[in-house]
Ligand binder design. Structure first.
Ligand SMILES: Nc1ncnc2c1ncn2[C@@H]1O[C@H](COP(=O)(O)OP(=O)(O)OP(=O)(O)O)[C@@H](O)[C@H]1O
Ligand SMILES: [Mg+2]
Length: 458
């Protein structure tokens, strides 16, 4: 692979600013902050672990790993490999049409990063060079303030056919134009970033992300999820879990459900934007561990016990309320267990904000994936059962690694167990979920509850 060059910009209070030059080779990622960026005093660098105030003019160097050849912070900006990833589908088609399409693998990922790596989640914008960046910021406003309503049917038709796995004969460039400079969001459920009119209800209308108003109504930026055929009911289940997290006093973004052209949609307010639409850094624990630890390559490289301790280590380099973060993750894990969400992996936990003031991001992606047999695992992050009698004892043992006392953990678990009884009831009332899914999830949860006990001697 040739050496690759790119530039990283961000949007601050005073407008776009170049953050650094970036070089990627097969062996290394290297970037250096610009004098302008350093002089601006902005601490929101490429990663929480690449604080400009610490690195100053010295290059930040990352040695490529087998499974993570690129700087881990960029991974979430590359449209994921899942066949439902809308951006990846559109952009790979654009790449295929080039005279010299990139080779599969890192070459393709790199080109996808350059195509999709701006105006996405978080505060980093990656471009091929400064000219492209400047051009982007100059013309970015053009597509804004215009609701996409006129082109929506084309867009939805594309999405619908795509989701049904049919061959679509639509010009990829057209679609890219419809979506605007499409940001990328990874994951299994197809999604796009858009703005919707603010209000109690939502009728399905949307505009390009960053749009401030539609016909006089103020807009807010959302992650818009579109229900795929193979996961019928998943959005209603996710919405139910968001609601339950809110009831149990977790910090949860606002969300709206709606049906459009026979497609189920879930719009979730973005927490990586200020009310003035300024980007706020958002970095997953996956990225943080992969940057900070040479040995770490995948979620399964740590276990739940270690996760608690690693938050403490992060607190040594980032301004973070370690105890509050640990306690919150533990609380989320307990609720995840009793709601049937075995999918709390390290991309589903992120820190929000810069190194001077980071905190755990609000709850996102809490869908009870155990409703699908192939996702029916208790925990995406490995969990040790060694020397224990069952899940009750495992949860109590785990508490210590998250700075939670046994008595507090017992109380939390009992309260959650009791509170989620009504969740099982609510599950049965959900109209938009296939009956066999509900039956399966109820079966899983009922069995877990029957087997569950808290050891009295702990
Ligand atoms: N409300 C939000 N505000 C800002 N960023 C968000 C929000 N919700 C999700 N994100 C970001 O978008 C990414 C993808 O979203 P999410 O995890 O909800 O979907 P997903 O991973 O596709 O779901 P699944 O795991 O079922 O495939 C997250 O990892 C997170 O970085
Ligand atoms: Mg996710």
């Amino acid at each position: 692979m040739n050496d690759k060059y790119a530039v990283i910009w961000t949007r601050g209070k005073d407008g776009p600013i170049k953050m650094c030059d970036l070089v990627v080779t097969e062996r290394q990622t290297r970037f250096t902050y610009t004098t302008d960026f350093l002089a601006s005093g902005n601490r929101h660098g490429v990663s929480l672990l690449a604080d400009p105030a610490l690195f100053q003019e010295s290059p930040v160097v990352y040695d490529a790993k087998d499974l993570i050849p690129l700087y881990p912070r960029f991974l979430s900006m590359i449209p994921g490999r899942g066949q439902n990833n809308i951006q990846r589908r559109i952009y790979t088609r654009i790449l295929e049409q080039r005279p010299n399409p990139p080779a599969p693998g890192l070459e393709t990922d790199w080109e996808l990063l350059l195509l999709a790596g701006h105006n996405g989640i978080g505060h980093l914008d990656i471009f091929r060079d400064d000219r492209v960046a400047e051009n982007y910021y100059t013309h970015r406003g053009d597509s804004f303030h215009h609701p996409a309503a006129g082109d929506r049917s084309k867009f939805w038709a594309f999405l619908r056919e795509n989701l049904q796995g049919e061959v679509v004969d639509l010009d990829a460039a057209d679609i890219a134009e419809i979506l605007g400079p499409t940001p990328s969001v990874g994951g299994m459920i197809p999604k796009v970033l858009v703005a919707i009119p603010e209000g109690a209800g939502w009728n399905g209308s949307f505009a390009a992300p960053g749009t401030t108003e539609i016909n006089g109504t103020p807009c807010l930026d959302v992650v818009l999820k579109i229900e795929p055929m193979e996961y019928q009911g998943v959005l209603a289940l996710e919405a139910l879990c968001l609601d339950w997290h809110r009831r149990l006093d977790f910090e949860v973004p606002r969300f709206w459900q709606c049906e459009q052209d026979g497609m189920r949609l879930l719009a979730i307010e973005r927490f990586d934007r200020t009310p003035e639409h300024q980007p706020i850094p958002l970095e997953s624990l996956f990225s943080l561990f992969a940057i900070g630890d040479r040995e770490f390559q995948e979620t399964a490289d740590i276990d739940m016990d270690e996760l608690g301790r690693r938050i403490e280590v992060l607190g040594e380099v980032i301004h973070l309320d370690v105890r509050a973060t640990q306690r919150e993750i533990y609380r989320r894990f307990v609720l995840a267990f009793f709601t049937g969400n075995g999918d709390m992996h390290l991309e589903n936990l992120s820190l929000l904000g810069g190194p001077e003031q980071a905190r755990l991001a609000p709850v996102y992606d809490p869908a009870p994936m155990r409703a699908w047999p192939r996702h029916n695992t208790r925990s995406a992050i490995p969990l040790s059962f060694e020397g224990t009698e069952g899940m009750g004892e495992v949860l109590l043992k785990l508490a210590a690694s998250f700075g939670v006392s046994t008595s507090h953990a017992k109380e939390l678990i009992s309260t959650t167990l009791e509170a989620t009884e009504a969740y099982l009831e609510a599950l049965q009332q959900l109209p938009d979920v296939p009956a066999n899914r509900i039956k399966y999830l109820l079966g899983v949860l009922t069995r877990e509850r029957e087997q569950f006990s808290l050891p009295t001697t702990f």
